[in-house]
Design a protein around this ligand. Structure first.
Ligand code: ASP
Length: 436
């Protein structure tokens, strides 16, 4: 049994957290490959080391004195080392990093040092081999990730390694510069390592006990989801539920490796299992609810629209021309509505409107801003009667007006559009209808 175990920034933010992490690793001999993030926040107002590194590098390249900022970063690491009582020094590494900053080694290089240094400390603390991600994770010249080369290199390097720490978030390019994934990218490294070694499980340790059924900022103490499929997760993540980096799913998914989201501060909680498919029934008919504000609807009306061949294509072309993707497209016989992200759309709205007028001569085009979308997601909804009834009854009883409804053919989700000011009320009504 092999598990790849990734720890997020808050799991490694202090010596106390390092101790919890070591306990977790030693509790299971299958935890052979460990992927750490950089130290995160120790308390809500704290600053993540990655953010400190970005700020420090900015000071360095604008010719300002960056030494005091760098000292704060060193203090974070030295504090952890001394509190853990480790017999080690990172002086050589600090010197090299300072030189890198002076020599403008790049913003990505700067950010990556957070994971690099944390990886060295963790490897020493738990007695695992340290493998620099720059030697095993590769990007192409154009900055895209090189899966084949990374896979081959990780396999080669890890085949005879008993136990190792591989820092997350970064790798190297063909000209030996350091490149990072986007923010939160240590999740991706963990997934890539898990796929390369064909792990039995990819564990992702964070500071919550898995995915919650609903956003805890709206619903007090929502229950955690025990098991969720990749598809359900994608629907929920797209609508704003964040625990895992979106790109972390693909590498393990292709290999059929499940992901277990676990809580470093409550290791006995089962967390959430993310799987390809499952016969486990969800506890409630729905698996989760997620939602976002900030959408606009473009309502187009034209008599006899339904018989005009190519009408929809000509309309959508106007969005495409402006580089806009659309979210949903509910339609009636003589009406069609395109739902878009308001902030992207607002810059281009007049061009789109003019284009629609020129191309399809509508009777009217009207923009309605300030919409919110709520996705009710669940594999348990398939072929179950009455789910929609339950949703709309709850909304009716809460006096919420439904502006849009969209149920995909997969029956995996129902999307409801409401006014932004009714978003929270609608969200709670739906949650209570299914979960209470
Ligand atoms: N340290 C990086 C960040 O703050 C990457 C990560 O934590 O996954 O985004």
């Amino acid at each position: 049994m092999v598990k790849v175990t990734k720890f997020g920034g808050s799991s490694l933010a202090s010596a106390e957290q390092f101790r919890k992490v070591a306990d977790i690793i030693f509790a299971d001999p299958a935890r052979k490959f460990v992927v750490p993030s950089a130290p995160g926040k120790r308390f809500p107002e704290d600053v993540k080391v990655t953010d400190m590194l970005y700020a420090c590098y900015k000071a360095a390249i604008s010719g300002r004195d960056f030494k005091s900022k760098f000292k704060e970063i060193r203090d974070r690491y030295d504090g952890i080392i001394s509190e853990l009582g480790l017999d080690m020094s990172l002086e050589n590494e600090y010197e090299a990093i300072e030189a890198g900053f002076k020599g403008r080694a790049g913003r990505d290089y700067a950010a990556s040092r957070g994971e690099f240094l944390n990886g060295i400390i963790l490897a020493k603390y738990i007695g695992y081999e340290f493998i620099d991600a720059a030697d095993v994770v590769f990007f192409n010249e154009d900055g895209t990730f090189n899966l084949e080369m990374t896979n081959a290199s990780l396999r080669d390097r890890l085949v005879n390694v008993e136990k190792a720490v591989i820092p997350g978030f970064y790798g190297s390019t063909p000209n030996d510069t350091i490149k990072t994934f986007s923010r939160g990218g240590s999740d991706i490294t963990g997934s890539i390592v898990a796929a390369a070694v064909k792990a039995d499980l990819y564990e992702n340790w964070t500071d919550v006990s898995g995915f919650m059924i609903a956003d805890p900022r709206i619903i007090e103490n929502p229950a955690a989801i025990n098991t969720i499929t990749y598809k359900e997760l994608r629907e929920l993540s797209y609508m704003g539920a964040t625990v895992l980096h979106e790109d972390a799913i693909f590498p393990v998914r292709r290999e059929g490796i499940p992901i277990n989201i676990k809580n470093t501060n409550a290791p006995d909680d089962p967390g959430t299992m993310i799987v390809e498919s499952t016969s486990k029934k969800p506890e409630h008919i729905i698996t989760g609810i997620a939602g976002k504000k900030g959408f606009s609807a473009v309502n187009i009306e034209k008599d006899m629209m339904n018989s005009e061949i190519g009408f929809g294509r000509k309309v959508l072309e106007q969005f495409e021309k402006q580089g806009l993707s659309f979210e949903h497209m509910p339609s009636g016989i003589d009406t069609m509505t395109i739902i878009v992200h308001q902030d992207e759309f607002v810059e281009k709205e007049q061009e789109v409107l003019a284009g629609i007028h020129r191309n399809v001569s509508p009777d009217s085009v009207e923009i309605e801003a300030g919409l919110a979308l709520i996705a009710v997601v669940g594999r348990g909804m398939k072929s179950v009667k009455g789910t929609a009834l339950k949703i709309f009854e709850a909304l009716y009883n809460s006096n919420v007006n439904v502006k849009m409804i969209d149920q995909g053919s997969s029956e995996l989700n129902i999307i409801i559009g409401v006014l932004e000011e009714e978003f929270e009320t609608a969200f709670r009504a739906i949650y209570n209808a299914f979960v209470k």
